[in-house]
Design a protein around this ligand. Structure first.
Ligand SMILES: Nc1ncnc2c1ncn2[C@@H]1O[C@H](COP(=O)(O)OP(=O)(O)OP(=O)(O)O)[C@@H](O)[C@H]1O
Ligand SMILES: [Mg+2]
Length: 395
């Protein structure tokens, strides 16, 4: 099963591109599910399914065309199904603080629950092999990063905190319940956490395998949008995911000649060149601004044709290697880049703002550094096979 994850800044066209990709794959005969991971679901709207009729529905996959299903995770249903003991406990605590029942239930939906529920589905589909491709329509950047970092965070929590907490509580619960202002979590709470963890186990490996999972960044040719796209790229790379395509949406079509748009056009051309330089060798695809909103399966099909042509296969595996990774050993930080054919003598390195710039002959790569490295300077470089290893030091 292939997993395609669409992310990007708010409003750039993620849902439209994800839905159109589903339409294309279904046309090619692949059993495809487009799943909304955005709590503010708009997938059904994109397919023009008549709003309220669909929303609040089962939260199960819903067939919209031959080979094509969409799913908007219904968090209330998920809570009843998977989170009962956890949310029951949290609701009871919130109630003791004076909140009414409904508010307490509302508040007991905490950040990450939606993403975790979606991850459980992805894992389930992967195990059952129900679909050929699962497309994830993510919430704007920050939340989609939470989506990909959750498995690692939870893994850490389970290894380092969970069993200790559970053992400790077992021992002190009788006393703690007498002295603490709130009830301690019951055993069923811990069982529930363990059970949920079991349901996402293995998903981290799947997300980090470029043969299975690819991230596609959707952006517009605007400076502010590009900055966020670059940050997203750095963080997806940091989490070990492979970005294999950048989609630049809403480009002014050539037939727009109105004087009013000339500055916009020049600006878009400039940012587009910057996008290509920054993300190279990752392919950059272009989608024009259409005359109308892209709603309904027919217009989604037109967007798909603009993006992939009639036969292009969006699930093809084209890039599997992470372009770079960041590592740390003690005080030594390193940036590692795959650089086939590079000769160390030809490589130039310097720092510009929070980017590391690498020059090979006339080629230039800008690498956004994570916050932990942004104040450091390159102190040396060596080739290990075809990997360029750059040492970073604090100044
Ligand atoms: N190329 C395009 N031409 C015309 N309209 C477009 C294009 N791409 C997207 N739209 C329209 O722009 C609006 C926003 O698009 P969409 O919902 O896909 O963005 P999004 O990135 O998913 O937003 P959000 O961050 O809110 O999830 C929709 O009404 C969609 O139909
Ligand atoms: Mg959206």
């Amino acid at each position: 099963m292939r997993i395609l994850l669409y992310s990007g800044k708010g409003g750039v066209g993620k849902t439209s591109v994800a839905a159109a990709t589903g339409v294309q794959l279904a046309r090619l005969g692949q059993k495809t599910l487009v799943m909304s991971v955005d709590p503010a679901h708009s997938l059904a709207d994109s397919f023009d399914l008549g709003g309220n009729l669909f929303h609040g529905a089962t939260g199960e996959p819903h067939e919209v065309a031959p080979n094509l299903w969409i799913q908007e995770v219904n968090i209330q249903k998920e809570i009843k199904r998977h989170w009962n003991a956890i949310s029951g406990y949290i609701t009871s605590i919130l109630r003791t603080s004076g909140l009414g029942d409904v508010e307490a239930e509302e508040m007991a939906i905490f950040p990450g629950m939606e993403e975790l529920s979606a991850l459980m589905y992805v894992n389930q589909y992967r195990r059952s092999n129900q679909f050929d491709v699962v497309i994830l329509d993510c919430a704007p950047t920050a939340e989609s990063l939470r989506f990909v970092s959750l498995p690692t965070t939870l893994d850490w929590y389970m290894k380092h905190i969970f069993s200790m907490e559970r053992r400790l509580l077992k021992a002190i619960r009788p006393i703690a319940n007498r002295v603490s202002p709130v009830e301690m979590p019951p055993e069923s709470y811990f069982d529930n956490v363990q059970d949920l963890f079991g349901k996402i186990q293995g998903i981290d490996v799947v997300l980090e395998d470029g043969h299975t999972t690819s991230v596609r960044l959707v952006t517009n040719a605007e400076k502010m949008v590009l900055r966020e796209t670059q940050r997203a790229f750095v963080y997806f790379s940091l989490h070990g995911l492979t970005v294999d395509q950048v989609v630049v949406n809403r480009l002014l079509p050539v037939e727009v000649e109105d004087e009013f748009f000339q500055t916009w056009r020049a600006q878009q051309a400039k940012v587009l060149a910057e996008i290509e330089g920054y993300f190279s060798p990752i392919p950059v695809s272009r989608v024009p601004l259409f005359r109308r909103e892209v709603l309904g399966i027919e217009r989604l099909g037109e967007l798909a044709s603009a993006l992939y042509g009639e036969t292009g296969n969006p699930a093809a595996v084209t890039l599997t290697e992470r372009p770079y990774s960041f590592t740390r050993e003690g005080d030594a930080y390193q940036v590692r880049l795959t650089m086939p054919f590079a000769d160390k003598r030809e490589i130039g390195l310097f720092k510009k703002n929070d980017e590391l710039v690498i020059e090979i002959g006339t080629l230039r790569r800008h690498i956004g550094l994570p916050t932990s490295m942004s104040a450091m300077m390159p102190s040396g470089a060596k080739m290990e096979g075809n990997i360029l290893v750059v040492d970073m030091r604090s100044v």
